[in-house]
Design a protein around this ligand. Structure first.
Ligand code: SAM
Ligand code: SF4
Length: 327
């Protein structure tokens, strides 16, 4: 079991398969990033991903989520999913859904049933402004495909004030007849993403906007939930709020991260990283390196964003871009 100095137990690993993507979401990918994509040799190859994952599984990890960048653009993704699915873990995926139709049969065959999809707008024009690509219809069709095939689907919407916040009620309306879990995520600061606190549409603002349109009730959150969950009365699906900026949920965090170049991060906002891939290539024992990284985990938000929203300044945050961490 991986336990930190605050007695938090860690059994959930998020593995980034690539820092590349077929979308260019403004809040995620820095403007200069396409020139700085990682070279293949600095990334974990398939055998290395599987070998590192095995060490984490032996240390008590029971859930692995594949992310990125866009995990489905990694050319060996079939082999990676097939091999990781053999571990005794719940395997899950976070994707922009552009390529889901190409891989959905593989998901079924391997038992990958939980898919989180990012969708920031229900209007093609806003989707294209935010993602800088014209894949709206494909994404919407693939979300429907996942629902039709009985997948457990969470829809992630990053809420940006005056860009898409007015669409929150329309997203909640989607939960009326579909077994869909919509999650509203507060805009977070990462390297090069132009974060501005004025653009954060807070959890309180989200709740009050939904309150004007729906009658809803609180659901019981599960022990390690990073979201507060709600259901509109008589709706089939649910909605949730991920309030990282205004009400962080670090007390019960059970997550660890592995970047596509094999660096371990004990928090999304940590500035320290443990170089697991180099250690593996040298033949070192990974267990003490992993244990030490977990032990060094800070109480909240990587020890970087202390205080309230008003106190946070993007320039003072030392971290990678979101796309190169793996969200
Ligand atoms: N490409 C996949 C996708 O978009 O779902 C997986 C990787 S993406 C980095 C994972 C999640 O991080 C997405 O739901 C995305 O919306 C979220 N994300 C990226 N940048 C963010 C930011 N600045 N604030 C909040 N969430 C962000
Ligand atoms: Fe790509 Fe996901 Fe980042 Fe958008 S949020 S640029 S889809 S990695």
């Amino acid at each position: 079991m991986l336990v930190d100095s605050f007695n938090r137990k860690h059994d959930y690993l998020r593995i980034s398969l690539t820092d590349k993507c077929n979308l260019r979401c403004l809040y995620c990918m820095p403007v200069d990033l396409p020139e700085s994509f990682l070279a293949t040799r600095s990334m974990m190859n398939v055998d290395e991903i599987v070998a590192i994952a095995k060490v984490f599984v032996d240390l008590g990890v029971t859930k692995i989520r594949l992310t990125g960048g866009e995990p489905l653009v990694r050319k060996e993704v079939r082999e990676i999913i097939s091999r990781l699915a053999k571990f005794p873990v719940q395997l899950a995926l976070t994707t922009n859904a552009v390529l889901v139709d190409e891989y959905i049969d593989l998901f079924v065959e391997t038992g990958l049933r939980s898919v989180n999809v990012s969708l920031d707008s229900l209007e093609a024009s806003t989707f294209e402004i935010l993602s800088q690509r014209k894949h709206f219809s494909k994404v919407v069709a693939n979300i429907q495909l996942l629902l039709d095939r009985g997948f457990h689907v969470k829809l992630n919407m990053v809420v940006l004030k005056e860009v898409n916040h007015k669409e929150i009620p329309a997203f909640v309306e989607m939960t009326k007849n579909a077994h869909l879990h919509v999650r509203f995520i507060e805009f977070m600061p990462f390297k090069g993403n132009g974060w501005d606190k004025q653009q954060v549409f807070s959890s309180d603002e989200i709740i009050s906007l939904i309150n004007k349109n729906f009658q809803f009730h609180k659901l019981t959150d599960r022990p390690h939930d990073t979201a507060r969950n709600f259901r509109v009365d008589n709706h089939v699906g649910t909605f949730a709020i991920i309030s990282t900026m205004t009400e962080p949920f670090c007390d019960t965090c059970n997550r660890l991260r592995l970047t596509s170049d094999g660096k371990m991060k004990n928090c999304l906002f940590s500035n320290g990283e443990a170089d697991i891939l180099s250690a593996l290539r040298k033949g070192d024992d990974l267990v003490p390196i992993i244990r030490q990284c977990v032990w060094q985990k800070k109480a909240a938000r990587g020890g970087q964003m202390m205080g309230d929203l008003g106190d946070i300044s993007a320039e003072n945050i030392d971290n990678r871009s979101m796309i190169s961490i793996g969200g």
